[in-house]
Design a protein around this ligand. Structure first.
Ligand code: PMP
Length: 375
């Protein structure tokens, strides 16, 4: 009877929570999902307990590392593929081509395998062999090409575009598409339709502020759009920017684009232009924060030590931004951010004494956290 009572409660909970008024399932116990892509999204919203206690606020992190490909980019990968399907550009056996050095490629590899498409990835040849190996073992065809600027026609994104155009000419029946994550607003839509509604439902609409960093801008723009619209503008939304990105100065100067200067150890974020994904929402942001690498790396270690969270540097940067916003707002506010991915793919750098020293970040790790420098 004990087992039966437990089972009945679990079944009831799953059924009762299955769909909220935004059409989003927020229950973790979802029952059977339809293939791998059904397991994308509906991630937990984790209260960072120590940081919340220290600030007197609720600091909440969306656990995007729990997606099947291990990052927030699974959502965009699914949406750009679905968008190509809906526009009739892809049929089973067709090919997706994308320029990416990281999480988008991994997300696309999972989505493409699960839906029966080939995947071709172009990336700058400055990327680690580990990334190339992982994409290849997930079934992708990978082309590392010389790392040249966006303006150069040999940039990896333009090579990806031309590859898709070639394939489409050769084999129009199956189709081929360049998914173009930076300027394809199906990426932003993923967050308008999933990330934003999930956050709203998970907090019962009690969210005061949202912040995250941008690579393509899809996560920030889409989540901001939804939260602004659903709350009549009352949720304050902020960009969190690493050094070497132009968006912080673009927003704080009221719309002036400056040359890129500086660089950051954070991967997957920082941007040199206003992408199409950002265009429609950037003016609605309430401000921007510029977060130094010293703070981000310290937060990688703090999240591990204080929260038990093993996070990549972009997630840690987001947590620093959430903390700074909480401190500005004062106690009893709820600030939400994105935990983009875990530290697994970066551990050989983030926890290496030699690497920290080479980046002049060794002194950013407080004494009591040095025990985590194990590599
Ligand atoms: N963090 C990591 C680790 C990423 O790989 C990315 C995507 N490049 C982002 C954050 C930023 O997400 P978005 O592209 O939606 O701006």
């Amino acid at each position: 009877t004990y087992v039966r009572r437990f089972a009945t409660t679990a079944v009831r909970a799953a059924a009762a929570e299955s769909v909220n008024s935004y059409g989003v399932r927020v229950s973790k116990a979802q029952g059977v999902v339809d293939g791998l892509t059904g397991a994308i999204g509906n991630t937990p919203l984790i209260k960072l307990k120590k940081l919340s206690a220290q600030t007197g606020c609720n600091i909440l992190g969306k656990a995007e590392f729990q997606n099947p490909g291990g990052s927030v980019k699974d959502r965009a990968a699914l949406y750009v593929v679905k968008d190509a399907e809906e526009r009739g550009l892809l049929k089973p056996g067709g090919t997706v081509v994308e320029g990416t050095a990281g999480n988008t490629g991994i997300g696309l590899a999972h989505v493409c395998r699960s839906r029966g498409y080939n995947l071709v990835i172009y990336m700058p040849n400055t990327q680690s062999q580990g990334k190339i190996d992982l994409l290849r073992l997930l079934g992708a065809e990978v082309y590392p090409v010389p790392a040249v600027a966006w303006e150069n026609p040999e940039n990896y994104n333009w090579q990806a575009k031309r590859h898709a155009e070639r394939l489409l000419k050769e084999d129009p029946e199956h189709g081929a598409v360049w998914t173009n994550q930076f300027d394809n607003i199906a990426n932003r839509r993923a967050h308008i339709e999933t990330t934003g509604p999930e956050i709203w439902a998970q907090t019962d609409g009690k969210v005061d502020a949202f912040t995250c960093a941008t690579g393509t801008g899809g996560t920030l723009a889409g989540t901001t759009r939804f939260l602004k619209d659903v709350s009549n503008g009352s949720v304050k939304c902020f960009l969190a920017d690493p050094p070497g990105s132009v968006l912080y100065s673009y927003i704080s100067s009221g719309g002036q684009l400056k040359e890129r200067t500086g660089s950051s150890i954070t991967e997957g974020i920082g941007q040199g232009r206003v992408t199409d994904n950002l265009k429609q929402d950037i003016a609605d942001l309430d401000g921007a924060l510029n977060i130094a690498d010293e703070k981000s790396i310290e937060m990688v270690y703090r999240c591990l030590d204080e929260e038990g969270l093993y996070l990549g540097a972009s997630s840690a940067l987001n947590v620093v931004a959430a903390k700074e916003i909480a401190e500005k707002l004062g106690p009893d506010h709820t600030v939400v951010t994105i935990l983009c991915d875990g530290a697994y793919r970066y551990a050989d750098r983030l926890f290496s004494d030699k690497w920290l020293k080479s980046k002049n970040l060794r002194d950013a790790i407080p004494k009591h956290l040095e025990k985590y420098i194990v590599l």
